[in-house]
Write a protein that binds this ligand. Sequence first.
Ligand SMILES: NC(=O)c1ccc[n+]([C@@H]2O[C@H](COP(=O)([O-])OP(=O)(O)OC[C@H]3O[C@@H](n4cnc5c(N)ncnc54)[C@H](OP(=O)(O)O)[C@@H]3O)[C@@H](O)[C@H]2O)c1
Length: 121
Amino acid sequence: MHKGVLLITGASSGIGAATARAASREGYKLVLAARSNDKLTALAQELGPENVLTCEMDVTNMEQQHAMVEQALETFGRLDAVFANAGQGGSPGGFSSADHATWREMILTNIYGVGLMLTGP
Ligand SMILES: NC(=O)c1ccc[n+]([C@@H]2O[C@H](COP(=O)([O-])OP(=O)(O)OC[C@H]3O[C@@H](n4cnc5c(N)ncnc54)[C@H](OP(=O)(O)O)[C@@H]3O)[C@@H](O)[C@H]2O)c1
């Protein structure tokens, strides 16, 4: 019996991928989302594809967020927890040395993207 279904955004690297590995060891089924499908597919192969749904998506896109949740429910029948982890850290010089396009991407990803996740279908 699995422990539940956990959806992780930003699962293709860093903290999200590490959380996916830890949750897999604990017996969770996983929905792994990010823009880099190749990295998600490799992680799913590592963890056991039968327990993982990968979803190539951008958290700033509402339609893609809704489709992800619908696909997760179709695949596993339930969603128990969400880790809204996808985010942009900005530029190496920090927020004040970044240009406007970088600020926009950070704000859309880190704030708007999480808001869409919280208010999903
Ligand atoms: N590491 C730290 O010290 C630290 C400190 C404070 C806060 N944080 C926050 O913690 C989170 C994880 O950090 P990390 O160090 O693991 O960063 P990371 O390795 O850069 O991982 C960020 C993840 O977010 C995904 N992502 C970025 N933009 C996305 C978008 N528009 N749509 C979907 N996925 C997107 C990336 O995947 P794709 O590029 O494949 O989409 C990647 O999987 C981030 O939100 C970061 O800002 C980290």
